[in-house]
Design a binder for this molecule. Structure first.
Ligand SMILES: Cc1cc2nc3c(=O)[nH]c(=O)nc-3n(C[C@H](O)[C@H](O)[C@H](O)COP(=O)(O)O)c2cc1C
Length: 323
């Protein structure tokens, strides 16, 4: 027993995080609690800091003005990390929120930095996401950036807003534009954000990681399987793809007009906001209805897509990714 303890090495975990309201930080805190409490694991937290802080709450035009850079993964300047980028870790957790179907800009900036290249190469990485509910395209972008720097994605856990797909379409933007989570209009629009229960339940991931460390088994893609780490909403797969195409087209035009904040972008942003609201209130529900009606014909393809997006951690407890 003593001998086994003596040879067990101290594991080092790095948590890279960025949150405006603190919601994602709380999720990361619960996720890592069992690791922090374990005497044989050393956890380091590194908060990303943009050189020019992003506002919260967001003024409306400033909010919209961020989408071209988000979708094109244009990195804003961030402050140097407080940790040594030459250090090695047994596991890195990247906790990020989604901005316009992309990782939030400070995280995009980190992923493209020399520090990320040094810290993440050949290293197991878990992504932890807390967002409204559209995270599929953001995670695709994240997967590409991780692959580019030679990191190994071994797990993904996603928390989404409790209000549900339709009502969060109102609740979440109202929250980030006002700073007030609600509920509003006597509960007609529910409270925005991830539920406390979902945040508290993140401890299960940390417990699994501690067990895996102690068994000295390698950290592979089974790390978070069977824990219900993600839920893929099939209705959102094509909606996200369509919305991403729209963001890229309008984003290209806006980037050509000037940098973020430039006056030349403002008239186009106003036109775009009208287009976006019309799209969200008309085309999106109609296309979701059509998809529901066509579901019997597309069941197999949708099941394959759900399986793909649920990887590496899988959806259903006990039967990962095979719903
Ligand atoms: C500029 C901006 C764009 C956002 N875009 C998306 C999005 O595309 N998909 C999504 O699910 N949530 C989106 N959200 C919601 C965030 O992912 C997140 O839930 C919210 O900002 C709260 O994060 P925090 O509590 O960690 O600060 C967006 C938020 C902001 C501020």
């Amino acid at each position: 027993m003593f001998a086994a303890r003596a040879i067990r090495s101290m594991k080092k975990v790095l948590v890279i995080h960025f949150s405006q309201t603190g919601q994602l930080d709380r999720a990361a805190e619960h996720f890592t609690r069992p690791l922090v409490e374990a005497t044989d694991v050393d956890v380091t937290f590194e908060q990303l800091q943009p050189v020019d802080p992003f506002p919260f709450p967001w003024p409306f035009l400033r909010f919209l003005d961020a989408f071209p850079e988000c979708i094109y993964l244009d990195p804003p300047p961030i402050r140097p990390l407080s940790i040594d980028p030459g250090a090695t870790y047994d596991l890195v957790v990247i906790a990020y929120q989604v901005w316009f179907l992309s990782p939030a800009l400070p995280v995009t900036a980190f992923m493209q930095s020399d520090a990320a290249r040094k810290l993440l190469a050949d290293t197991p990485v878990i992504t932890l996401i807390a967002c409204r509910n559209m995270w599929l395209m953001a995670q695709e972008a994240m997967k590409t950036m991780l692959a580019d720097i030679g990191a190994r994605l071994v797990g993904n856990a996603v928390l989404i807003d409790a209000a549900g797909s339709f009502l969060s379409l109102f609740a979440t933007p109202l929250w980030v534009l006002s700073g007030n989570k609600g509920p509003r209009f006597g509960g007609l629009i529910p409270r925005a954000g991830v539920s406390d229960a979902d945040i508290d339940a993140c401890d299960r991931f940390g417990r699994r990681i501690v067990d895996r460390f102690r068994s000295e088994a390698p950290l592979d893609q089974s790390l978070l399987s069977g824990l219900g780490a993600v839920t893929v909403d099939e209705k959102l797969i094509s909606s996200e793809r369509m919305a991403r195409r729209g963001f890229r087209a309008w984003g290209k035009l806006l980037r050509a007009l000037g940098p973020p904040g430039s006056n030349r972008r403002k008239p186009v942003l106003i036109v775009y906001s009208v287009f976006l609201v019309t799209f969200l209130l008309t085309f999106l529900p109609i296309s979701m209805l059509i998809k529901k009606l066509a579901a019997p014909l597309t069941r197999r393809r949708i099941a394959e897509q759900k399986h793909y997006f649920s990887q590496p951690s899988g959806m259903t407890p006990g039967n990962p990714g095979r719903e």
